[in-house]
Design a protein around this ligand. Structure first.
Ligand code: RUB
Length: 302
């Protein structure tokens, strides 16, 4: 939880691989690849829900293995690992910027917008629209139990956006007033279902009931290749102490703390990616046509 949000997590993974490549004492291509594999396994599986982490590794390995097959020597492979990690970080930052520009086009003067949790991509959409001179207001949920919504609210205030904080369960009370719900994503399944902070699916359900449009702002490396073969996205369950600090007082009572939930594609109007706006049903095309992932592909760290 030092690094929050699936985009920053992906960049941290690429940075980790870069450091491993820079500091590796390997003397052959095989031992270098073995060294990176170990690091890749740790990094790719550190946060089970955010697919951006394993996708960052997949992105780097695709390049490395194709170069290895071409018979590249150790210094070239090392240089490629370092360069590719840096390129991924730059691509990721650029993607968030583009998402901001594309998403901002959908906002209008006078809009009232609701968001949930803290997402760098949602922040990019809102700050870009604000910098374009659009006047709108944002309601941020607190986002129990870790209160990332408060981080979002402070960041919006600091750039000059009119911001209001509400408790999570006030979503339905205010919903009819909103023009948009805008949320980020930790992972997107092949059928367009979106995994994001716990509470997102409830908000999307309420938005649909009130005919308020739900926009997801997410980079294409949030799409989960494993789901093409029916793999389920693991939902990280965190410490009960995030919910109840003094668990002794509530002894013999179970406390469950899933960190994310799944919003079905029917509740999502559009996904704003760096490549443009797509309906959730087009998720499979991103996976197969853009990234060329295959069903049940062997993972680089296996
Ligand atoms: C953060 C969260 C964010 C997504 C998208 O959860 O659910 O909405 O990760 O963020 P946590 P971004 O704080 O538990 O990691 O757009 O920055 O990738």
């Amino acid at each position: 939880m030092e690094i929050r949000g699936a985009g920053p997590i992906a960049r941290a993974v690429a940075q980790g691989i870069k450091i491993e490549a820079e500091t590796s004492a390997a003397t052959s291509t095989d031992s270098f690849m073995e060294h990176l594999k170990e690091a890749a396994r740790t990094l790719a599986t550190a946060r089970p829900t955010a697919v951006s982490a394993p996708n960052a590794v997949r992105f780097l390995y695709k390049r490395l293995t194709s170069q290895m097959k071409e018979g590249k020597e150790l210094p070239e492979l090392k240089e490629l690992a370092i360069r590719s990690s840096q390129e991924f970080i730059e691509f990721s930052e650029e993607a968030t910027k583009k998402i901001g520009e594309i998403g901002a086009n959908r906002l209008r003067d006078g809009d009232l917008i609701m968001t949930h949790c803290h997402s760098s991509n949602v922040l990019s959409v809102l700050t870009t629209a604000h910098n374009q001179g659009k006047h709108f207001e944002v309601y941020c949920t607190e986002t129990r139990p870790r209160l990332q919504g408060l981080i979002m609210a402070k960041k919006l205030r600091d750039v000059g956006v009119s911001t209001t904080i509400i408790v999570d369960c006030a979503a339905r009370y205010f919903m009819e007033e909103f023009n948009h719900v805008i949320i980020g994503a930790d992972a997107i399944a092949a059928n367009g279902a979106v995994v994001n902070k716990i509470g997102t699916s409830e908000i999307a359900l309420v938005a649909r009931e009130a005919r308020v449009r739900t926009m997801v702002a997410a980079e294409t490396y949030k799409f989960h290749p494993g789901t093409m073969g029916g793999e389920l996205i693991e939902i990280e369950e965190r410490s009960p102490r995030e919910v109840i600090h003094d668990t002794k007082e509530f002894s013999q009572i179970n406390i469950r703390n899933p960190a994310f939930d799944i919003t079905p594609p029917e509740y999502i109007d559009v996904i704003v990616t760096e490549m443009g706006i797509i309906p959730p049903q087009a998720a499979i095309l991103i996976l197969t046509e853009q990234y060329g992932w295959k069903i049940s592909e062997k993972e680089p760290w296996e």
